[in-house]
Design a protein around this ligand. Structure first.
Ligand code: ZN
Length: 275
């Protein structure tokens, strides 16, 4: 983090809640186990036929937006370009934050998002990411929103972790859209429902506390987040915790904990989509 240009970092620092977080490991977890059905073999010796088994997220489309990108810090001009987010103009993207030991938010969000893809696809969902690597630039926040819209996602989630320099700040929070007299208005209610489902699943699955410095009961409604303002599908921006808090940083840097995070987020999405 210290290697990043100060000008770029400043952009992120202003956005206490749009900058960063970390998680844990694991990979094949989280899939429903339909194995029992296979045990119901007939007494005959004919080969068992594995018919297509219904999965809980069959037919659902989910867009996962891993916050930031690994090479953003090397392209300040591109990521500082101003884009229209309806309520204001705002930078295309930011670098994101990092733990004190240098594990970047971009690497964290990329890792957790890929884990989520595996879990959710295993449950039958069609999943799309807003970027395809962690060594590129962008896309800009308006494009990230458009990807969810174009996919006609049933649910979309931006994965982030925060970077508050007050190391006593800890816990996670969820940013959801507010009505802005714009296209997002029609999904404000659904986004709130999605946010609450993900909040509950994350707390249960990771044991991390609600933020002690942003939002109420981990819920924060804002009208200055481009990725939300421009969304026409239910969407939230998830802030996994504070990467600058040593205890939370250690968790985010642990692949096993990142798997736990991915599983919890997938469970929250599923709960929303199945109710
Ligand atoms: Zn972020």
């Amino acid at each position: 983090m210290r290697a990043l240009p100060a000008t770029v970092l400043a952009v992120c620092g202003l956005l206490a809640s749009a900058c960063g977080s970390a998680g844990s490991g694991g990979s094949a977890a989280g899939q429903a186990a339909p194995a029992a059905a296979r045990e119901q073999a007939s007494a005959s010796s004919s080969p068992m036929r594995k018919g297509p088994e219904a999965k809980p997220l069959d037919g659902k489309v989910i867009v996962i937006d891993p916050g930031h990108n690994g090479a953003n810090y090397r392209h300040p001009k591109e990521i500082n370009r101003q884009v229209n987010i309806l309520t204001q103009r705002k930078a295309c993207d930011t670098t994101g934050t990092a733990t004190n030991s240098g594990y970047s938010e971009a690497a964290y969000t990329w890792d957790v998002s890929k884990r989520m893809v595996k879990i959710l696809e295993g449950r039958g969902a069609t999943v799309k990411l807003t970027r395809d690597s962690n060594n590129g630039v962008g896309p800009c926040i308006d494009r990230r929103a458009a990807i969810g819209n174009e996919a006609k996602a049933d649910a979309a989630i931006s994965v982030h972790a925060d970077g508050s320099n007050n190391t006593g700040h800890r816990g996670f929070h969820i940013i959801m859209p507010k009505k802005i007299d714009g296209p997002v208005d029609k999904v404000v209610g659904a986004s709130s429902k999605l946010g609450i489902a993900v909040r509950d699943a994350y707390r249960k699955g990771t044991g991390l506390p609600y933020s002690n410095y942003i939002g109420k009961n981990a819920l924060n409604y804002r009208s200055d987040i481009g990725g939300l303002n421009l969304s026409t599908v239910p969407k939230i921006l998830f802030e996994s915790g504070n990467m600058r808090n040593p205890g939370e940083a250690a968790k985010f840097q642990d692949p096993k904990f990142r798997q736990k995070i991915a599983l919890a987020l997938a469970n929250g999405l599923q709960h929303y989509l199945n109710t």
